[in-house]
Design a protein around this ligand. Structure first.
Ligand SMILES: [Zn+2]
Length: 198
């Protein structure tokens, strides 16, 4: 494998291709499908590298309309997981409100917004991993929140567009970063590794 180049992140204010507001297609993994998906995951990883520590990035955020994203349960590169054709169901009705940043908003030229969204606290997820294997896991806490945020991206929903979102608008990128530092510190208590269902 050669070096995979990073892509440019599509931001909501300059999304002429409507990547962030269009539902992505299921990936057919027959024939060359898995190799194509692996290539997308490699580009996502390269693109996220300079932005680490980071929770995740979805394919439409780099202008690829595929049901693929990266998520990390503790914002480290070490625990980054690439998922293909993901789905999830809530384990119960419990939700938790939390502020969410998004690179497709924070790297744009405004408005600088964060969304406070009630996300399911515990979800059962299924996806195809980078090796092409089917995976089922329970996600709880921060990883559940990130998975739901990234899943929204492949459904064509930016967090600030959700009907259940409370929006906070900031005067600058710096003001968002300062606010996000506190949010990230609070997220740490909810860093729980994904676990299997048996
Ligand atoms: Zn996002």
């Amino acid at each position: 494998m050669g070096i995979t180049n990073a892509a440019e992140i599509v931001t909501l204010d300059k999304d002429t291709g409507k990547y962030l507001t269009s539902k992505c297609q299921i990936i057919n993994l027959e024939n060359n499908g898995l190799a194509e998906a692996q290539k997308t995951i490699a580009i996502l990883k390269s693109t996220l590298k300079p932005l680490l520590p980071a929770a995740g990035l979805a394919a439409p955020q780099i202008g690829i309309s595929q049901r693929i994203f990266l998520f990390s349960w503790d914002r480290t590169e070490q625990h980054q997981i690439g998922v293909i054709n993901p789905s999830f169901t809530p384990v119960n009705d419990e939700r938790e409100l939390g502020w969410e940043g998004c690179f497709s908003i924070m790297l744009g030229d405004g408005p600088y917004q964060l969304a406070n969204i009630p996300r399911y606290k515990k979800i059962k997820v299924t996806y195809i991993n980078e090796q092409g294997q089917s995976v089922t896991q329970i996600l709880e806490g921060f990883s559940a929140k990130v998975f739901q945020h990234e899943y929204d991206h492949i459904e064509g929903i930016a967090n600030v567009h959700r009907k259940d979102a409370e929006i906070k608008t900031f005067g600058s990128k710096e003001a968002i970063s300062t606010f996000m530092k506190e949010v990230k510190a609070k997220d740490k208590v909810n860093y729980i590794a994904p676990y299997s269902t048996q």
